[in-house]
Ligand binder design. Structure first.
Ligand SMILES: [Zn+2]
Length: 168
């Protein structure tokens, strides 16, 4: 199916207002901040929400994707495509470690962090939703992985980085 299948999949994706999505995400974060005891708790809750979002996305697209990734490192391309379909933009970089057990994705223009500056919550992983989506995709595809957000623009880092590690 290759390119033809992927292009068809892309055009079948419904669109939603970016402003509405960003505002909804921001208010979700505000609610988590107001109701959580620590930054760690906020991060965990947002990643768990991302997991459930990922389950929905995967179920929605499962029938449309013809070429499933077979190996862990092939998800570098799969997740890039999924990100493009769902956000309208590509990761700035995708890195596969030499041993093919670690994938790192960055976005210098992260749509979740756009316009957000948080100075008083060190360690906050504002866009951990993405890590949770990765968790869901990998688990439902049968891989034992650990996902975490390594850097975040909302708290002052130069880029947002989401890392996936294949466990032993
Ligand atoms: Zn971000």
């Amino acid at each position: 199916m290759g390119v033809k299948g992927k292009v068809a999949w892309r055009f079948m994706t419904d669109k939603v207002s970016k402003t509405m999505f960003q505002a909804t995400y921001r208010e979700t974060q505000n609610l988590l901040m107001a109701t959580s005891a620590s930054v760690e708790e906020i991060n965990v809750k947002m990643q768990e929400m991302g997991f459930r979002v990922g389950e929905t996305l995967l179920m929605d697209y499962a029938d449309r994707i013809r070429d499933h990734a077979a190996t862990f490192s092939e998800f570098a391309n799969t997740l890039q495509l999924a990100y493009k379909v769902n956000s309208g933009q590509e990761f700035s970089s995708v890195w596969v470690s030499p041993d093919k057990r670690t994938l790192k994705f960055t976005d210098d223009d992260c749509p979740l962090c756009a316009g957000v500056i948080i100075n008083d919550m060190p360690g906050l992983q504002y866009c951990a939703l993405i890590s949770g989506v990765f968790d869901a995709v990998m688990k439902l595809r049968g891989f034992n992985t650990e996902s975490y957000q390594e850097s975040c623009k909302a708290v002052g880092d130069a880029t947002c980085t989401w890392t996936l590690n294949l466990r032993a």
